[in-house]
Design a protein around this ligand. Structure first.
Ligand SMILES: O=C(O)CCC(=O)C(=O)O
Ligand SMILES: [Fe+2]
Length: 290
């Protein structure tokens, strides 16, 4: 692996390569993974200790220094903004061009960054069914850098994209919330409305004799479910947090988080601003362009 051996001197609560390895005593333990079922065919897998503490700092150091980071201008709700984090994009040659928020990132080759290929190999070992071919990199320089609520639901990833996210450096919160559905929410109850049209036969009498006439009947309806959305007492919510509408994960140095199934269709995710996150975090999101 051609990684830089330069040491980093970070002096924050986020840790640094010079600190003793907090995992040293547990190095022999098998890596633990937690699978969270979000319901309706969406899942998140979280492996807090995917890459060892020491290797993770070496990857961090290499990526921080060698990736050609840029901070592009993007368009959100018809307004131009400087993206609130650094980014870079790597993809196999010949794939469809990625475009998001009016921005088309230049696709660098995997061959230019051998350590990225090494991390991709580790991800493929953990997820043998997967075959990622592109990578969006993010660098958050401090607590003001963030990514707002969004879903990575671009068409080129297909209807059920799998996204594997590896994090290095400062710990940051990763939040998931369910997309608002098309039902109308009011008074704490769910309303669903629509129209039903069906063919009916009307029987009438004309000059004393019966006549049949076909007609279309349109009925509008509103269904009010008994389930309260807001104000539901905590005691009634699932203790295991299954099918809850919000989830939070702490993405630690060396962790892996995988979103799969319908997570991009049905959920939004974000890494919010955090005043106390005063050092750099680097995140790699591996994706497959179909
Ligand atoms: O930094 C992260 O953990 C998430 C990044 C992300 O959501 C994205 O690049 O689409
Ligand atoms: Fe994302």
């Amino acid at each position: 692996m051609s990684m830089s051996s330069g040491l980093l001197k970070l002096t924050t609560e986020c840790g640094s390569v010079n600190e003793p390895d907090p995992e040293a005593a547990t190095a022999e333990k098998p890596k633990k993974a937690v699978m969270v079922d979000l319901g309706n065919g969406s899942q998140v897998l979280h492996m807090p200790r995917f890459i060892s503490y020491k290797d993770s700092w070496q990857y961090f150091d290499y990526l921080d220094k060698n990736i050609p980071w840029t901070r592009p201008t993007i368009r959100v709700f018809a307004k131009s903004h400087v993206q609130p984090r650094d980014t870079c994009y790597v993809a196999r040659e010949g794939l469809q061009q990625l475009a998001y928020n009016g921005y088309k990132p230049h696709a660098y080759s995997w061959d230019e960054f051998p350590p990225l290929k090494a991390i991709l190999d580790l991800v493929h070992k953990a997820l043998p069914e997967s075959s990622f071919n592109s990578l969006l990199l993010n660098r958050y320089k401090g607590g003001n850098d963030h990514v707002g609520w969004h879903a990575d639901d671009e068409k080129l990833y297909g209807p059920t994209p799998e996204i594997a996210s590896v994090s290095f450096g400062c710990d940051r919160d990763f939040l998931l919330k369910k997309k608002p559905n098309k039902s109308v929410q009011g008074m704490g109850k769910v309303f669903t409305s629509g129209f039903l049209m069906f063919k009916a036969t009307a029987i009438t009498t004309v000059n004393g004799s019966y006549r049949k006439a076909n007609t279309f009947v349109v009925l509008s309806f509103t269904v009010k479910s008994g389930r309260a959305i807001k104000g539901e007492p905590p005691s009634k919510r699932s203790k295991k947090n299954i099918n809850s509408d919000q989830h939070a994960f702490m993405l630690k140095h060396g962790s892996l988080l995988v979103m799969s199934g319908y997570t991009q269709r049905d959920w939004l995710h974000s890494v919010p601003k955090r005043v106390k996150a005063d050092s750099v975090r680097i995140n790699l999101t591996f994706r497959r362009i179909l």
